[in-house]
Design a protein around this ligand. Sequence first.
Ligand code: PEP
Length: 256
Amino acid sequence: PANRSYLIGGNWKCNTTTSSALSLVSTLNSSGPIPTNCTVVVGVPYPYLSLVRSSLRSDIELAAQDCAHSSKMGAFTGEVNVEQLKDVGCTWVILGHSERRTGFGGDAGETSDLIAGKTLTAVGAGLKVMLCVGETLEERESGKTLAVVKSQLDPVVKVLKASDWGSVAIAYEPVWAIGTGKTATPEMAQETHAEIRSYISTVLGSAVAAKIQIQYGGSMKAANCKALLAQPDIDGGLIGGASLKPEFADVFRGMM
Ligand code: PEP
């Protein structure tokens, strides 16, 4: 992807226990060198962040899967803030995942404005962000893909300074492809990635657009990653299901 390097993120979601987390760590620790053109990050549930950081090879970075909107300590029951994430060794945070946007288990979903605020807080604290955007099947079929993605990006564009974008990667994750086994075709994904890059160029300028990494997410795995990652505007992946399997290492090893 031009002069950009790859960003391969694993999103463990609400999976793993102490023993399964340690077993994933041990697989990653013995999975050989990370290609020099590639950053690998694993998104780990809060309770295991410290454990994973202390046992995982140091050339794989650590992400949380969310953070509090405020960086303050205090009476915010259930929240985890960016200072705490840095304290346990996170260098990244995944924000705006569709599972958080849509709400789950009866919770209210996160709005794009809230996600923009979290992005500002995370970047301000020196964390890097994988900012997830993407449309539902209904939205794609009614031709609204770009409009939806713009509406998710716009609030972030409003709050960040141009220089903050050096700490942000955009994860384009069509909701219909997440956890469904349905991958966007490489051509389909490339088309949307190119549109997102061109939109970023319009609102933030060509230098930011040329630099920003745009990851694809949605049923990416060892068997389909090569064709996706060969597209000029696909700069990596955010991988859910397959990041819980040994094949996660095949995704970055394949890029040697
Ligand atoms: C994700 O959770 O970001 C994701 C893309 O999941 P999966 O790879 O399982 O589709």
